[in-house]
Design a protein around this ligand. Structure first.
Ligand code: RP5
Length: 165
């Protein structure tokens, strides 16, 4: 079965990353969510990516804060797409994790999204957009979602316009 893997560097990342899981779930996309650290459990991280790929994982979403190496370590073990979500977990508010995640050397890409909740949600969308290249049903759902978002802007605008005397 095809699915998306979400790997968090720590249990403390879950409050933010649950938005990623919820977004995939709302589109009916199967996922697996685990905790595994590039620093604290490197063997578990390596074993997971090998096993997950064998089971059908298509895309790996890696969430980590501070000196965030999780996405890069995953990238070293697979040619499946890796999406990195920088977590705000330190006095530097996620800038540390953003730079660690985004500054990959040439030939070892990590698609890096925004710090925190917006990034968690966008990681799910980006993963689904990649899957949708070969999945017409998912493609249609994503297009419908865009249409709904555009309609919502119009609704919001009308609501605000009617408040102006
Ligand atoms: C990273 O360090 C984790 O991804 C987390 O964002 C950060 C802090 O981890 P904890 O000390 O809360 O476990 O590896």
């Amino acid at each position: 079965m095809k699915f998306v893997s979400i790997i968090m560097g720590s249990k403390s990342d879950y409050d933010v990353m649950k938005s990623c899981a919820e977004t995939l779930e709302s589109f009916g996309v199967p996922y697996e969510l685990i905790v595994s650290s590039a620093h604290r459990s490197p063997e578990r991280t390596k074993d997971y990516i090998i096993e997950a790929e064998k089971k059908g994982s298509q895309i790996f979403i890696a969430a980590a804060g501070m000196a965030a190496h999780l996405a890069g370590v995953l990238a070293s073990k697979t040619i499946r797409p890796i999406i990195g979500v920088p977590m705000s977990a330190s006095a530097l508010s996620g800038i540390d994790a953003l730079l660690s995640t985004v500054q990959m050397p040439a030939g070892m890409p990590v698609a890096t999204v925004a710090i925190g909740k917006a990034g968690a949600i966008n990681a799910a969308y980006l993963a689904m957009q990649i899957l949708a290249l070969q999945d017409d049903v998912l493609c249609r759902k994503l297009v419908e979602d865009r249409v709904a978002k555009a309609k919502q802007v119009e609704t919001d605008s009308l609501e605000i316009e009617t408040r102006i005397p």
